[in-house]
Write a protein that binds this ligand. Structure first.
Ligand SMILES: Nc1nc2c(ncn2[C@@H]2O[C@H](COP(=O)(O)OP(=O)(O)OP(=O)(O)O)[C@@H](O)[C@H]2O)c(=O)[nH]1
Ligand SMILES: [Mg+2]
Length: 250
């Protein structure tokens, strides 16, 4: 089971208007500070936070119970003027967990009214997280031919294809910066990773490496996924033929 906690700023749209037109820089600073704090608070509890469209946060919150969410809400309420709503869901796939969180909020399944927490908690039982860490092999060579903005166009087109492909496998893809992507995945997605890498290689002439990590918590799974990716690099740099996919579990 994967558990997701989705944090969204409450009444953000109307609130942004109260700042007047000279607001974009303020909003960007607020979003960056929020992200920093949310990543800090959840990673201390062995979770990992993925940024969704800069103003919404997807947390792989396996192992966390309602009390943990209340504690984090209290800290955020002390630090920021704006309030956040947390929607929690779980399921056998990340997409299902996302739907469950969405339903919990939509149908007002209240877990804690005072701190705006909705949805369904799995907590500590049957915890299983698989994360894929994708990275472009040797992006540096492409930098010699393409300017920074042209590289961005290549990376975002790749992200769009990745998101669509893995959504069909009930998994969720996030852009992490640089040439890095992470996917909150499941067995279905893991089975199709070679076919995705092959498709991108044939159609876009981009070579990808993919490290996979399986663990009981989000942070541990990400650690193992990144370690797998670094292992692919080590094999490559030692002159041996590198695998495109490497997987570690704990
Ligand atoms: N989010 C994230 N970004 C990273 C990580 N490692 C590198 N980056 C970013 O990715 C960019 C590209 O770096 P690399 O992927 O190491 O460069 P490369 O030439 O593609 O080399 P290889 O991936 O080893 O083939 C860097 O400038 C960083 O911005 C990581 O673990 N996580
Ligand atoms: Mg790279």
């Amino acid at each position: 089971m994967i558990q997701l906690s989705i944090l969204k700023i409450t009444g953000y749209g109307p609130w942004t208007l109260t700042l007047g037109s000279d607001r974009e820089h303020e909003l960007q600073m607020l979003q960056a500070s929020l992200y920093k704090e949310i990543q800090k608070l959840f990673s201390e509890k062995n979770c990992i936070v993925f940024l969704n469209r800069s103003d919404e946060f997807f947390v792989v919150s396996n192992g966390l119970v309602l009390e943990d969410h209340i504690e984090i809400q209290k800290t955020l309420e002390k630090l920021f003027d704006i309030r956040l709503t947390i929607s929690i869901g779980y399921g056998s796939s990340p997409f299902e967990a996302n739907l469950k969180a969405y339903e919990g909020k939509k149908n007002k399944i209240v877990l804690n009214a005072e701190h705006n927490i909705f949805g369904f908690i799995n907590g500590e039982s049957d915890s299983k997280v698989s994360i894929m860490h994708f990275d472009v092999n040797d992006l540096t060579s492409s930098r010699r031919i393409n300017s920074p903005y042209e590289i961005s166009a290549i990376i975002f087109e790749l992200y769009s294809k990745m998101l669509k492909f893995f959504l069909e496998k009930n998994s969720l893809a996030f852009f992490m910066g640089g040439d890095n992507f992470m996917i909150i995945s499941n067995d279905e997605a893991k089975k199709s990773v070679h076919s995705f890498i092959g498709m991108i290689k044939n159609n876009d002439k981009i070579s990808l490496n993919c490290g996979i990590g399986n663990a009981r918590t989000g942070r541990e799974a990400v650690k193992l996924a990144t370690k797998s990716l670094d292992t692919i690099r080590e094999i490559r740099d030692s002159g041996k033929e590198k695998p495109e996919v490497y997987e570690l579990s704990c």
